[in-house]
Design a protein around this ligand. Structure first.
Ligand SMILES: [Zn+2]
Length: 438
């Protein structure tokens, strides 16, 4: 982390800076004089997200005022410079800004630079579908809250001695709308899905007696951060020390840590279950939005479909990247292949049964859509009977119709995905998770 002075020139010419000090509606006014201003730089196309982000900023401050009371906050007069959050519209803009400011690290990874009192977060792509969202996508907004906590921690100097895992756990704990050591998928997109991996490790010989922090060092970042969040919230609740990270409580074995979780917590994988970033979805929702970084994938495991009723939805794909979006169906009866529906940036589709060993690269077969912007395309999947009464799966999408092998039978596990692009999926009926359609 460099301590060089930062000048937010150049890229900021098309962005606005917020000077508003008033708390949002619903925030108690008696705390308003304690609220710290955020210098929020948002690209022009995304200015309508400003009130959501500032509301999060204010709510986080009020929450942290109580949770972190033992580490006094320095006044803004001492701090001298404001806390700043800069959002870039695309990875290219993030690289450009990071180079200009000489910021260390990969600028595509959200990061707070305490010396500069600056957090830099990029949007995955400057796509019209993303810009048209009324609110920031759920997973991205969670990332913003995470970095906001790092920014606010800059004003509590006595927290400076805390180890990195404590800072990351604290920031990650606050991405949940209602912070609890044991969040579910209603509270944060990743929910309790980090727990089964750790339970599996505990079951391995000697796994339970390993130090939690040693185990987490080898785990994926989502698992590591979620476990730290859980540990930090428990520490803050149960310990009064100003250096709780030094207590034995902060250094449990894996078995001790798992024993502190509620029985059966994380036993069932949440559904829908997201993989990658960014996604916008709600449990019981009628729509799904996904946008990936260049050449990356985003997946939502949406649940199971019993095929007793047709499955109807609409999809459209943004016009950035070499987007490939669609759906994957898996059948327990035929585990060696999947049915993949692919749709490109021009709205053309192709669907085929693909061997898991040899993925298909078949050309798009339906006609591309006309027009300069993405149009919605209808899809319907249903089970039909042939002339001998044998059931088979059929896909229909406008002029495009395909039938699939009779061996590929329900129940199906369904995933929606996008690679190198953005897409939206919607349905008349709530379809997340899909098992509601039984
Ligand atoms: Zn962090």
């Amino acid at each position: 982390m460099t301590s060089a002075a930062v000048l937010l020139a150049g890229l900021c010419s098309c962005a606005a800076v917020d000077g508003e000090r008033r708390p949002p509606d619903g925030v108690k006014t008696q705390t308003s004089e304690h609220l710290v201003e955020l210098e929020l730089v948002l690209p022009q196309r995304y200015q309508h997200w400003r009130s959501d982000l500032l509301q999060d900023w204010h709510h986080l401050q009020i929450d942290l005022e109580q949770r972190l009371a033992r580490w006094p906050r320095q006044t803004q007069a001492v701090a001298k410079s404001p806390l700043r959050l800069t959002i870039t519209a695309s990875p290219a803009d993030a690289h450009f800004l990071a180079e200009r400011l000489k910021l260390p690290g990969n600028p595509l990874v959200p990061r707070t630079h305490p010396g500069e009192r600056l957090a830099l977060i990029t949007l995955p792509r400057d796509d019209r579908l993303l810009a048209n969202r009324a609110h920031p996508p759920r997973t991205w907004r969670e990332t913003v809250r995470h970095e906001m906590v790092h920014l606010l921690a800059c004003d509590r100097p006595s927290l400076g001695g805390a180890p990195a895992w404590f800072h990351e756990g604290l920031a990650e704990a606050m991405v949940a709308l209602k912070p609890t050591p044991f969040p579910d998928v209603q509270q944060s997109a990743f929910g309790s899905s980090w727990v089964p991996n750790l339970r599996e490790l505990q079951a391995v010989d000697g796994g339970g007696s390993m130090a939690l922090h040693t185990v987490l060092a080898g785990e994926a970042s989502e698992i590591r951060y979620s476990a730290w969040a859980c540990l930090v919230l428990q520490l803050l609740q149960e310990q009064k020390s100003t250096r709780p990270w030094q207590l034995p409580f902060a250094h449990p074995t894996l078995a001790e840590f798992l024993a502190s979780l509620p029985t059966a917590y994380g036993d069932v994988l949440p559904s829908p279950l997201p993989r990658g970033r960014e996604l916008d979805f709600e449990i019981g929702g009628k729509e799904l939005f996904m946008a990936s970084l260049p050449s990356k994938a985003v997946v939502l495991q949406a649940g199971s479909w019993q095929a007793r009723q047709p499955l109807s939805f609409q999809m459209r794909v943004g016009r950035t990247g070499a987007a490939m979006a669609g759906m994957v169906l898996r059948s327990q009866a035929d585990p060696n292949q999947v049915l993949r529906i692919r749709m490109n940036t021009f709205g053309a589709v192709v669907a085929s049964l693909e061997s898991l060993q040899r993925p298909n690269t078949r050309a798009y077969q339906s006609r591309p859509q006309a027009g300069a912007t993405s149009g919605w395309r209808d899809f319907e999947l249903q089970v039909q009977n042939d002339e001998y009464g044998k059931a088979f799966l059929q896909l229909q999408s406008a002029d495009y119709k395909r039938n699939f092998a009779a061996s590929f039978t329900a129940p199906f596990q369904i995933e929606f995905y996008v690679v190198d692009g953005a897409c939206e999926i919607r349905s008349q009926e709530p379809f997340l998770p899909l098992s509601h359609l039984r």
